[in-house]
Design a binder for this molecule. Structure first.
Ligand SMILES: NC(=O)c1ccc[n+]([C@@H]2O[C@H](COP(=O)([O-])OP(=O)(O)OC[C@H]3O[C@@H](n4cnc5c(N)ncnc54)[C@H](O)[C@@H]3O)[C@@H](O)[C@H]2O)c1
Length: 251
Protein backbone atom coordinates (compact mmCIF):
# COMPACT_ATOMS: atom_id res chain seq x y z
CA UNK A 1 0.00 0.00 0.00
CA UNK A 2 1.16 3.55 -0.57
CA UNK A 3 -0.07 6.49 1.47
CA UNK A 4 0.54 8.35 4.68
CA UNK A 5 -0.69 7.28 8.13
CA UNK A 6 -1.08 9.79 10.94
CA UNK A 7 -0.92 8.13 14.35
CA UNK A 8 -1.85 10.22 17.37
CA UNK A 9 0.03 9.20 20.51
CA UNK A 10 2.37 7.32 18.18
CA UNK A 11 5.56 7.90 20.18
CA UNK A 12 5.08 4.98 22.56
CA UNK A 13 3.10 1.85 23.37
CA UNK A 14 0.28 0.79 21.07
CA UNK A 15 0.69 3.81 18.78
CA UNK A 16 4.39 3.04 18.26
CA UNK A 17 3.56 -0.58 17.35
CA UNK A 18 0.96 0.71 14.87
CA UNK A 19 3.69 2.84 13.28
CA UNK A 20 5.97 -0.19 12.83
CA UNK A 21 3.18 -2.38 11.40
CA UNK A 22 1.82 0.21 8.99
CA UNK A 23 5.36 1.08 7.85
CA UNK A 24 6.02 -2.57 7.06
CA UNK A 25 2.89 -2.44 4.87
CA UNK A 26 4.46 0.47 2.95
CA UNK A 27 2.79 3.50 4.52
CA UNK A 28 4.76 6.62 5.45
CA UNK A 29 4.26 7.42 9.14
CA UNK A 30 3.42 10.77 10.72
CA UNK A 31 3.68 10.47 14.48
CA UNK A 32 1.72 13.15 16.32
CA UNK A 33 2.40 13.20 20.04
CA UNK A 34 2.46 15.47 23.06
CA UNK A 35 5.95 14.12 23.71
CA UNK A 36 7.67 13.43 20.37
CA UNK A 37 11.03 13.16 22.18
CA UNK A 38 9.91 9.63 23.17
CA UNK A 39 9.51 8.66 19.50
CA UNK A 40 13.22 8.09 18.69
CA UNK A 41 13.11 4.27 18.57
CA UNK A 42 9.88 4.24 16.58
CA UNK A 43 11.21 6.77 14.07
CA UNK A 44 14.35 4.63 13.59
CA UNK A 45 12.31 1.40 13.24
CA UNK A 46 10.01 3.00 10.67
CA UNK A 47 12.89 4.51 8.73
CA UNK A 48 14.53 1.07 8.60
CA UNK A 49 11.48 -0.14 6.63
CA UNK A 50 12.39 2.35 3.89
CA UNK A 51 9.34 4.61 4.23
CA UNK A 52 9.10 8.30 5.17
CA UNK A 53 8.59 9.26 8.79
CA UNK A 54 8.25 12.42 10.87
CA UNK A 55 7.29 13.21 14.44
CA UNK A 56 5.21 16.33 15.11
CA UNK A 57 4.48 17.72 18.55
CA UNK A 58 0.80 18.39 19.21
CA UNK A 59 -1.94 18.14 21.81
CA UNK A 60 -4.90 16.20 20.40
CA UNK A 61 -7.12 18.01 22.87
CA UNK A 62 -6.48 21.30 21.09
CA UNK A 63 -8.13 21.80 17.69
CA UNK A 64 -5.61 24.36 16.37
CA UNK A 65 -2.64 22.28 17.52
CA UNK A 66 -3.99 19.23 15.67
CA UNK A 67 -4.69 21.20 12.50
CA UNK A 68 -1.15 22.51 12.58
CA UNK A 69 0.33 19.02 13.14
CA UNK A 70 -1.65 17.49 10.27
CA UNK A 71 -0.53 20.32 7.99
CA UNK A 72 3.10 19.71 8.99
CA UNK A 73 2.84 15.95 8.28
CA UNK A 74 1.12 16.63 4.94
CA UNK A 75 3.86 19.09 3.94
CA UNK A 76 6.61 16.64 4.87
CA UNK A 77 5.18 13.28 3.75
CA UNK A 78 2.17 14.06 1.54
CA UNK A 79 -1.59 13.99 2.01
CA UNK A 80 -2.71 11.68 4.84
CA UNK A 81 -4.70 8.59 3.84
CA UNK A 82 -4.94 6.76 7.19
CA UNK A 83 -5.71 8.23 10.62
CA UNK A 84 -5.21 6.19 13.79
CA UNK A 85 -6.86 7.96 16.74
CA UNK A 86 -4.77 6.37 19.46
CA UNK A 87 -3.70 9.09 21.93
CA UNK A 88 -5.31 8.48 25.29
CA UNK A 89 -4.90 8.74 29.04
CA UNK A 90 -6.79 7.47 32.04
CA UNK A 91 -7.43 8.91 35.50
CA UNK A 92 -8.58 6.34 38.03
CA UNK A 93 -11.07 7.14 40.75
CA UNK A 94 -14.52 6.15 41.96
CA UNK A 95 -17.28 8.47 40.69
CA UNK A 96 -17.93 10.10 44.09
CA UNK A 97 -14.23 10.88 44.52
CA UNK A 98 -13.14 11.68 40.97
CA UNK A 99 -12.00 15.28 40.53
CA UNK A 100 -14.16 16.99 37.88
CA UNK A 101 -10.95 18.31 36.31
CA UNK A 102 -9.72 14.73 35.84
CA UNK A 103 -13.05 13.74 34.25
CA UNK A 104 -12.74 16.70 31.88
CA UNK A 105 -9.09 15.96 31.05
CA UNK A 106 -9.79 12.32 30.08
CA UNK A 107 -12.68 13.40 27.87
CA UNK A 108 -10.65 16.23 26.38
CA UNK A 109 -7.86 13.90 25.26
CA UNK A 110 -9.73 10.68 24.43
CA UNK A 111 -13.01 11.89 22.98
CA UNK A 112 -12.45 15.48 21.87
CA UNK A 113 -8.95 14.47 20.74
CA UNK A 114 -10.37 11.94 18.27
CA UNK A 115 -12.82 14.58 17.06
CA UNK A 116 -10.14 17.26 16.57
CA UNK A 117 -7.77 14.88 14.75
CA UNK A 118 -10.54 13.60 12.50
CA UNK A 119 -11.68 17.12 11.72
CA UNK A 120 -8.10 18.08 10.88
CA UNK A 121 -7.82 15.31 8.24
CA UNK A 122 -11.32 15.96 6.84
CA UNK A 123 -10.12 18.15 3.94
CA UNK A 124 -7.85 15.28 2.81
CA UNK A 125 -10.34 12.44 3.40
CA UNK A 126 -13.55 13.91 1.99
CA UNK A 127 -12.47 13.36 -1.61
CA UNK A 128 -14.51 11.16 -3.94
CA UNK A 129 -11.47 10.20 -6.03
CA UNK A 130 -11.64 6.43 -5.51
CA UNK A 131 -8.62 6.32 -3.17
CA UNK A 132 -8.87 4.00 -0.16
CA UNK A 133 -8.79 6.00 3.03
CA UNK A 134 -9.16 4.74 6.58
CA UNK A 135 -9.95 6.01 10.07
CA UNK A 136 -9.13 3.59 12.89
CA UNK A 137 -10.07 4.56 16.43
CA UNK A 138 -8.60 2.92 19.52
CA UNK A 139 -11.45 2.21 21.94
CA UNK A 140 -11.20 -0.09 24.97
CA UNK A 141 -13.02 -3.01 26.56
CA UNK A 142 -13.62 -0.54 29.41
CA UNK A 143 -16.00 1.26 27.04
CA UNK A 144 -17.85 -1.96 26.23
CA UNK A 145 -18.04 -3.62 29.65
CA UNK A 146 -17.44 -0.70 31.99
CA UNK A 147 -14.60 -0.87 34.52
CA UNK A 148 -14.53 -0.02 38.22
CA UNK A 149 -12.88 3.28 39.18
CA UNK A 150 -12.63 4.17 35.49
CA UNK A 151 -15.88 5.96 34.72
CA UNK A 152 -14.34 8.90 32.85
CA UNK A 153 -12.22 6.60 30.73
CA UNK A 154 -15.00 4.06 30.09
CA UNK A 155 -17.47 6.81 29.17
CA UNK A 156 -15.01 8.43 26.77
CA UNK A 157 -14.16 5.07 25.18
CA UNK A 158 -17.86 4.19 24.80
CA UNK A 159 -18.16 7.60 23.13
CA UNK A 160 -15.42 6.57 20.69
CA UNK A 161 -17.65 3.68 19.56
CA UNK A 162 -20.58 6.03 18.86
CA UNK A 163 -18.22 8.40 17.09
CA UNK A 164 -16.85 5.52 14.97
CA UNK A 165 -20.29 4.37 13.86
CA UNK A 166 -21.47 7.92 13.07
CA UNK A 167 -18.38 8.82 11.07
CA UNK A 168 -18.67 5.51 9.17
CA UNK A 169 -22.05 6.73 7.88
CA UNK A 170 -20.83 10.24 7.11
CA UNK A 171 -17.71 9.35 5.18
CA UNK A 172 -18.91 6.16 3.43
CA UNK A 173 -19.75 8.15 0.32
CA UNK A 174 -16.11 9.17 0.06
CA UNK A 175 -15.04 5.52 0.28
CA UNK A 176 -13.53 6.05 3.75
CA UNK A 177 -13.92 3.11 6.13
CA UNK A 178 -14.11 3.91 9.85
CA UNK A 179 -13.56 1.16 12.41
CA UNK A 180 -12.46 0.79 16.01
CA UNK A 181 -10.18 -1.63 17.81
CA UNK A 182 -11.03 -2.24 21.46
CA UNK A 183 -8.05 -3.67 23.35
CA UNK A 184 -8.17 -5.52 26.66
CA UNK A 185 -5.20 -5.39 29.05
CA UNK A 186 -2.12 -4.50 27.00
CA UNK A 187 1.42 -4.23 28.35
CA UNK A 188 2.42 -0.54 27.93
CA UNK A 189 3.44 2.44 30.07
CA UNK A 190 -0.26 3.03 30.73
CA UNK A 191 -0.63 -0.31 32.53
CA UNK A 192 2.94 -0.54 33.91
CA UNK A 193 1.86 0.94 37.23
CA UNK A 194 -0.79 -1.70 37.87
CA UNK A 195 -0.24 -3.58 41.13
CA UNK A 196 0.97 -7.15 40.52
CA UNK A 197 -2.15 -8.53 42.24
CA UNK A 198 -4.56 -6.65 39.98
CA UNK A 199 -2.60 -7.80 37.00
CA UNK A 200 -2.77 -11.45 38.10
CA UNK A 201 -6.53 -11.10 38.60
CA UNK A 202 -6.88 -9.83 35.06
CA UNK A 203 -4.69 -12.54 33.52
CA UNK A 204 -6.81 -15.12 35.36
CA UNK A 205 -9.84 -13.81 33.46
CA UNK A 206 -8.18 -14.01 30.04
CA UNK A 207 -8.97 -17.37 28.43
CA UNK A 208 -5.81 -17.15 26.31
CA UNK A 209 -3.88 -16.88 29.57
CA UNK A 210 -1.67 -13.85 29.00
CA UNK A 211 -1.79 -10.07 28.81
CA UNK A 212 -1.77 -8.49 25.34
CA UNK A 213 1.14 -6.80 23.60
CA UNK A 214 1.10 -3.60 21.53
CA UNK A 215 1.76 -5.83 18.50
CA UNK A 216 -1.48 -7.76 19.18
CA UNK A 217 -3.39 -4.48 18.80
CA UNK A 218 -1.31 -3.15 15.90
CA UNK A 219 -2.06 -6.32 13.89
CA UNK A 220 -5.78 -5.52 14.06
CA UNK A 221 -5.12 -1.87 13.15
CA UNK A 222 -3.02 -3.01 10.18
CA UNK A 223 -5.93 -5.18 9.01
CA UNK A 224 -8.30 -2.19 9.08
CA UNK A 225 -5.70 -0.09 7.24
CA UNK A 226 -5.25 -2.74 4.55
CA UNK A 227 -7.08 -3.27 1.26
CA UNK A 228 -8.35 -6.59 2.67
CA UNK A 229 -10.81 -4.78 4.97
CA UNK A 230 -12.25 -2.51 2.27
CA UNK A 231 -15.86 -3.69 2.71
CA UNK A 232 -15.84 -3.47 6.52
CA UNK A 233 -16.92 -0.23 8.18
CA UNK A 234 -18.50 0.94 11.43
CA UNK A 235 -17.18 -2.10 13.31
CA UNK A 236 -15.48 -2.62 16.65
CA UNK A 237 -12.94 -5.43 16.85
CA UNK A 238 -12.13 -6.53 20.41
CA UNK A 239 -8.54 -7.64 21.01
CA UNK A 240 -8.45 -9.08 24.50
CA UNK A 241 -7.64 -12.79 24.48
CA UNK A 242 -11.26 -13.74 25.07
CA UNK A 243 -11.82 -11.63 28.20
CA UNK A 244 -15.48 -11.83 29.18
CA UNK A 245 -15.59 -8.84 31.53
CA UNK A 246 -13.22 -6.36 33.12
CA UNK A 247 -14.54 -6.17 36.66
CA UNK A 248 -11.47 -5.55 38.77
CA UNK A 249 -9.55 -4.09 35.86
CA UNK A 250 -8.95 -0.41 35.24
CA UNK A 251 -7.26 -0.48 31.85
N1 LIG B 1 -2.66 -0.31 27.52
C1 LIG B 1 -3.87 -0.83 27.60
O1 LIG B 1 -4.11 -1.80 28.32
C2 LIG B 1 -5.00 -0.25 26.79
C3 LIG B 1 -6.21 -0.94 26.79
C4 LIG B 1 -7.27 -0.43 26.03
C5 LIG B 1 -7.11 0.74 25.31
N2 LIG B 1 -5.91 1.40 25.34
C6 LIG B 1 -5.82 2.62 24.58
O2 LIG B 1 -4.76 2.54 23.63
C7 LIG B 1 -4.25 3.84 23.37
C8 LIG B 1 -2.73 3.84 23.56
O3 LIG B 1 -2.46 3.46 24.90
P1 LIG B 1 -1.03 3.00 25.42
O4 LIG B 1 -1.28 1.94 26.41
O5 LIG B 1 -0.12 2.76 24.27
O6 LIG B 1 -0.62 4.31 26.21
P2 LIG B 1 0.81 5.00 26.48
O7 LIG B 1 0.59 5.83 27.68
O8 LIG B 1 1.89 3.98 26.48
O9 LIG B 1 1.01 5.92 25.19
C9 LIG B 1 0.12 6.98 24.93
C10 LIG B 1 0.80 8.00 24.02
O10 LIG B 1 -0.14 9.07 23.82
C11 LIG B 1 0.54 10.31 23.98
N3 LIG B 1 -0.40 11.35 24.41
C12 LIG B 1 -0.98 11.48 25.63
N4 LIG B 1 -1.74 12.59 25.66
C13 LIG B 1 -1.63 13.18 24.44
C14 LIG B 1 -2.18 14.36 23.86
N5 LIG B 1 -2.97 15.19 24.58
N6 LIG B 1 -1.86 14.67 22.58
C15 LIG B 1 -1.03 13.85 21.87
N7 LIG B 1 -0.49 12.72 22.37
C16 LIG B 1 -0.78 12.39 23.63
C17 LIG B 1 1.61 10.03 25.02
O11 LIG B 1 2.65 10.99 24.98
C18 LIG B 1 2.06 8.61 24.62
O12 LIG B 1 3.11 8.66 23.67
C19 LIG B 1 -4.99 4.78 24.32
O13 LIG B 1 -6.08 5.37 23.65
C20 LIG B 1 -5.48 3.85 25.39
O14 LIG B 1 -6.62 4.36 26.04
C21 LIG B 1 -4.85 0.93 26.06
Amino acid sequence: VSGVAIITGGARGIGAACGRWLASDGLAIGIVDLDPSAAGDTVAAVRAQGVGVCAAEADVGDAASMEDAVARVAAELGAPTVLVNNAGITRPGAVHKLDPDDWALVNRIVLQGAFHATRAVAPYFREADGAARRVINIASVAGTFGAPASSAYAAAKAGIVGFTRSLAFEWARFGVTVNAVAPGFIETDMTAGFPAQARERIVARVPLGRVGTPDDVAAAVAFFASAASGYITGQVLEVHGGLADVAGATA
